[in-house]
Structure formats: structure tokens, C-alpha cells
Design a protein around this ligand. Structure first.
Ligand SMILES: CC(C)(COP(=O)(O)OP(=O)(O)OC[C@H]1O[C@@H](n2cnc3c(N)ncnc32)[C@H](O)[C@@H]1OP(=O)(O)O)[C@@H](O)C(=O)NCCC(=O)NCCS
Length: 188
């Protein structure tokens, strides 16, 4: 049987190994990572992870984030999304804990991308992105994707190929930059 093809890269000193099936390992075995589709029991952990990083998502100067916005990240909402075919959620796990999440709506809008603070800058968002990218392109040769990026994440989305699609939007406790990307399958 042929050896499984892997690619490797270095992120801030931690060697990250990525395989085509989305499996991912870091040199430190205690921090072994894997990526899989989310299931409904993950909702609490996903929600807690998102809330822990929400200060980047809504860095409003004065107004508090509206309750409606916050409810979009609550466990019942995330659970409902995971059980709904319109949404696709992937989670990155380390030691059995959810340390990264990516959510897409209708195969067209990147709704959530969050990585736990102590796991950032190690290639986890890139690994989640690579996996969803392949999934989206498997269904169609060309996909147009949008994201409402936090100010913090603009450079990350630019690394993925997104470009700003309009000016920064600010109001009602929420700040974001609309961004877009057209994905094309170069092998078709
Ligand atoms: C944005 C976020 C998900 C990135 O996760 P991450 O696992 O740290 O990202 P990665 O290590 O996979 O980096 C992905 C790419 O972005 C770059 N990058 C990561 N963080 C960056 C930063 N703060 N500034 C500039 N570039 C950055 C990396 O160099 C990497 O580039 P490459 O893959 O071309 O080498 C994470 O920082 C986060 O959760 N931030 C807070 C929440 C947030 O703003 N989410 C976005 C909501 S729209």
C-alpha cells in the first residue's frame, strides 16, 4: 500500500503535520490535534470557545453587543445549526477538547472561525480552512464565499485569499469588514 501523502509547515516553532484527510499532528504528542465534523454534543464547548474570543469579533468602543448578536453563539443556536443541513461545522480537537471551530452557512457564507487563545498561530485555522475548501470544491467547481471579518482576522482571511468587499461596518455594538473570495478547482 502506498505511503499516505503529507505536507508539512512550521508555525511559530511548532511543527504542524497535515494530511489530506484533515488529520493534523503537532510534534508535542500531548497536543495531538484532529479535525472532524461537529456533532450536537459539541455545542456547549463550541459556544464557550466562541464567547472566549468574542472580544475580537465585536470590539465596539461604547455600545455593548446586542443580545440578538450574542444569542447567535449560544449553545441552543449552535446545536440547532449543527443539526441543520444548511450549516456545516468542523471542529479541531486537542486532547479531546474543542480548540477550533469553523462554520459555513449554505456553502456560501463563512459564519464562524475561532481558535482558542493558547492554540492560535499554529496553523489550526489554516487546517480548518483547507478542509472546508476541499469539501466546498468537491460539490462544485466554483464557489463564491463571503465572510464578515473581525478587524483582527482581516490579515488571516487575506492569507486565505479573501479581499475586502466594502468598507468597515460599525453599529449596534458590532464591527466587521465584509470580505469575499471565489474558489475555483484548478483540476477541473
Ligand atoms: C483568526 C483566528 C481564527 C486565526 O486562527 P489561527 O489558528 O491562529 O490561525 P493560523 O495559525 O492557522 O494562521 C492562518 C494564517 O494567518 C496568519 N495569521 C494568523 N494570525 C495572524 C495575525 N494575528 N496577524 C497576521 N496574520 C496572522 C498565519 O501566518 C497563517 O498564514 P499562512 O497559513 O499563510 O502561513 C484566531 O486568531 C482567532 O480565533 N481570533 C479571534 C476570533 C476572530 O477574530 N475570529 C474571526 C471571526 S470573523
Amino acid at each position: 500500500m502506498p505511503a499516505r501523502k503529507t505536507t508539512s509547515a512550521t508555525h511559530r516553532g511548532a511543527r504542524v503535520r497535515e494530511s489530506p484527510d484533515g488529520g493534523l499532528g503537532i510534534a508535542d504528542p500531548a497536543k495531538l490535534l484532529s479535525i472532524r465534523p461537529a456533532v450536537e454534543p459539541d455545542a456547549e464547548e463550541i459556544s464557550a470557545l466562541i464567547y472566549s474570543q468574542l472580544h475580537h469579533r465585536a470590539p465596539s468602543t461604547s455600545e455593548p453587543a446586542p443580545a440578538e448578536f450574542l444569542a447567535g453563539f449560544a449553545p441552543p443556536t449552535i446545536r440547532e445549526h449543527i443539526g441543520n443541513r444548511r450549516y456545516r461545522y468542523l471542529v479541531a480537537l486537542a486532547g479531546g477538547q474543542v480548540v477550533g471551530v469553523l462554520g459555513v452557512r449554505d456553502g456560501q457564507h463563512l459564519l464562524h472561525l475561532f481558535v482558542a487563545e493558547s492554540f492560535q498561530r499554529r496553523g489550526i485555522a489554516r487546517a480548518l480552512w483547507n478542509r472546508i475548501r476541499l469539501e466546498l470544491l468537491a460539490g462544485s467547481g466554483e464557489v463564491s464565499l463571503s465572510v464578515n471579518s473581525s478587524v483582527y482576522a482581516v490579515s488571516v482571511y487575506e492569507r486565505f485569499g479573501f479581499t475586502a468587499a466594502g468598507p468597515q461596518v460599525q453599529g449596534a455594538g458590532v464591527v466587521y469588514i465584509p470580505m469575499r473570495l471565489t474558489l475555483r478547482d484548478s483540476h477541473r
